[in-house]
Write a protein that binds this ligand. Sequence first.
Ligand code: GLN
Length: 231
Amino acid sequence: SSGDEGKSGESYTVATDNNFVPFEFLNEDTGEMEGFDMDLIRAVADEAGFEVEIESMKFDGVVAGMQSGRYDIGIAGMTITKERAETIDFSEPYYDAGLTIAVQESNSDIKSEDDLAGKKVGTRSGTTSEQYLKENHPDAEVVTFPGIVEAYMDLQAGRVDAVMYDVPNVKYYVNNDAKGELKTVGETLQGEQYGIAFPKDSELVDPANEALQTLIDNGTYDDIYEEWFGE
Ligand code: GLN
């Protein structure tokens, strides 16, 4: 279509999180970033007719990289929030998520967020979980980590009592990486939606939204979803 003219063949930098299973993580064998977000952004780029170059970093670096305009696109399971939308543009939502709590499998003390007072609760710096804990659980002792895997490992080692984080990441880690040592407790705490991020007023927002809609309509989105979240 005429809307693609001028963008065809252009290459854009994509900032992503270096570890947020199963949305983005390093495949040690191939040296490539893989995951739901990686498949999605490559499909969006294909559809919109541009190339992408993926750069991985800590999550807070992705947010900062959008604010400074250092990267063209950010995709990192990034929750669309009012606060972020003041300094960053977002695509339409592409994934429904929320927050949950993980504890050790043997823990019978913490059954929901109502039991967090006086507990050490790990999470990741610069995320919606950190904000949620600060706003809703001033009595908990919040411990922030640059990478969430460090928080899970401290939970397994008993150095923190709980971890609060995004439902799909917690579930994936608990089911695949925690060797049966962790479980989730309580309800989903806060409904959230992920969006593709852009520096404010980026000209890529509209083409990305159009491509996203096409991928939803033609079944590509469902195929990618099935690959990473199918039973
Ligand atoms: N969805 C959460 C947020 O936006 C965490 C994202 C992440 O750690 N990659 O803050």
